[in-house]
Design a binder for this molecule. Sequence first.
Ligand code: DGL
Length: 257
Amino acid sequence: MKKTDYIGFFDSGLGGLSVLKHALQVFPEENYIFFADCGHFPYGEKTPEQVREYSIASCDRMYEKGIKALVIACNTATSAAIHEMREKYQIPVISMEPAVKPAMEADPTGKIIVMATPGTIASGRYKRLIDRLGCNDRLINIPCKGLADLVEKGDFESEEIYGYIKDIFVPHASERVTGIVLGCTHYSFVRNAVEKTAANVFKDMPEIYDGMYGTVRQLGNLLRKDDMLSESGKSEVIVMTSGTEEDRKLIEYILKK
Ligand code: DGL
């Protein structure tokens, strides 16, 4: 394995690009492959068995190319398949999980809204995370059915997105919400809409938490530990998708934007 080998990034759709774009800023000398399983999107409303099957089939296609690390840039796929992936792939596999811990630690009593797919919220992995943190009574878990679909349309400032976010926040307007966790990589692209809507709905502006920063940090830690960070001075991104040519074009457009 060489330092210039590719790092695989995986998501069900374009959401994982938010993580990849951050990785490109932090590690601009790496080569990347991004695989979007648009042919089976959305994962958030499928069974864990289906998500496991589709995500492993997708990651197999990158693994066969000889990637040096794999980032599961999808909270839903992490919760359904990370265990199997770590057993199967003989490379560092970096996961994604809702950033509940920093949100909980930042304020000892405030409520925390967790926005994630129905699959992530219902998963055993997420339940174990909140049991471990002992913060169940402080969480407002919102399974955002359909939100990733709106993001996947590619217009992150659409009226539909603002309307959706307003509708989920308004019922909690009277609570002291101190944190909002973006627990799906698609939602990182609508952070602006989340912030603007939260500023209008809540009395005090909650802090926004996004797990992608920890994931990219962990990627760097693991590559550094194995002396596998690239110093080639250049970077390439290959896009792969199980979807249509239109899906690919949108992914490439968002990547460059
Ligand atoms: N981007 C994915 C996540 O982080 C899920 C989107 C979906 O396929 O429903 O959970």
